[in-house]
Design a binder for this molecule. Structure first.
Ligand SMILES: [Zn+2]
Length: 152
């Protein structure tokens, strides 16, 4: 750890640059609590490396992926891999939930359904996404859920 402790003591409640990127979410800001740095984005303890031999905890998410004026509402437990395989312009939001929640959303927006899991991005759907999105950046949320599950 190369950061000067003197500087840290003067601003104990502020976030500061982590000594390196967070191993879980890649975040670069954190707070220093007791003898450890804690990532400001996902609350992972800096320096703790998720055990590479153990599978990451299962976090099911419902994702909202925009492509042009359409949105795909789907679910995955491996969103990084899943999203990489779907052509899209933008990840709008994540909700924590599995197929049950996904099916509920599909019913809720049934009138906007274009085909498959794609829905027309109307003001109604935009509003819904904005509400979920107010909880935070989707990847930061995902990292926070992972972090909490790993610490449990
Ligand atoms: Zn983090």
């Amino acid at each position: 750890m190369s950061a000067s402790p003197g500087i840290l003591l003067r601003v104990p409640n502020d976030t500061a640059a982590l000594p390196g990127p967070c191993q879980l979410c890649g975040g670069d800001r954190g707070t220093r609590a007791a003898h450890a740095w804690v990532c400001a984005d996902c609350a992972w303890r800096y320096g703790d490396v998720p055990d590479a031999d153990l599978p990451l905890p299962r976090i099911d998410v419902v994702y909202y992926l925009r492509f042009d004026r359409r949105v795909k509402i789907g679910t995955s437990r491996r969103p990084r891999q899943r999203l990489a395989s779907i052509r899209h312009d933008e990840l709008l939001a994540f909700e924590r939930g599995d197929r049950t929640l996904e099916q509920r959303r599909h019913r809720e927006f049934a009138t906007l359904r274009e085909g498959g899991e794609w829905f027309i991005f109307t003001a109604e759907l935009e509003e819904h996404v904005a509400r979920i999105r107010s909880a935070g950046d989707p990847w930061h949320l995902y990292a926070r859920w992972l972090s909490a599950a790993l610490r449990a």
